[in-house]
Unconditional design. Sequence first.
Length: 344
Amino acid sequence: MAASELDAVTRHQIYTGRYSTSVANRLIAILNRADKSLIAQIEEVLQEAPESFKAQRIQALLVPVSNQLKALYTEVGSDLKAALREFTQNEAHFNLALLKSAAERAHVTASLASVSPNTVYAAAMARPFQGVLLREALSGVEAGTATKIRDAIRMGIVEGRTNDQIIRVIRGTKASGYADGLLDWSRRSVDSLVRTAVNHTSNVARQHSYEANSDILGGWMYVATLDGRTTLKCASLSGKVFPVGKGPMPPQHWGCRSSSIPMLKGQDKLFGQRASKDGPVDANLGFSDWLRDQPADVQDDILGAARAELFRAKKIQIDRFTDARGNVLTLDELKRKDKELFGA
């Protein structure tokens, strides 16, 4: 028996996350391979840097380091873009199959339109996520890495550290797998960037598929993962239906795992089951209903202790903790809005 559309989307999102991991690991391996030569250049800078220095002198000495970082992130960017371009082909096939399944289940006869992977890729590259384009996000990681290296050298000299101590701050220690060094920030940043970029591309492809078949769709539903890692913002949007071409499309934040599902015209409920951290549940179970069945510590972790207390005591829905744009409200703002409801 074929999986329901929500089950298919959920499974696909899991597989997409695994794909993100493989791409991230490949790009981080590029960074790892460059560490030896990058550290060697930094050591040269430290050997030439005088104890009493001017900021301009350090900046001049770091030019070769900056050039290597630029070349390094150009390679990372090219690899990521190639992976995303290839990924759009898979998404085009999946989305067409998703719509075909939904139409067949509802006995809707229609000629379904596919979307061009090249069009989707171009749209994904041109559409910002988290306020930045992909190339800008990569440039931000490159610039952030260069700034951290520069500042570590400046502070190390000012504080009288030896060259080995400064290198240790930048690279980290072998005992910790170098996870305690400044360079690990770039690895974590690239990992988050890849996961967000893949989800962004996936959802751009999904929305293009919806728009190409808007004649049979009444809208699309925001779908968040039913577990304790889901943010309050995504939890508040989960289960809401928006018109085709409108609404807050995932990803809503860095590392967002949310997705969407098409809703046919006249469709008012989902079929089958959906996954949760506790196993399969009814497809129409909302995040608020799911959260009410969770232990208090899970509720506290997702909402925060004060919000969770209100959630348990007043039996309000989770979307009351956000405004119309999905922005998280403070408790004072929430109380004020509640008072306004009754003219108080």
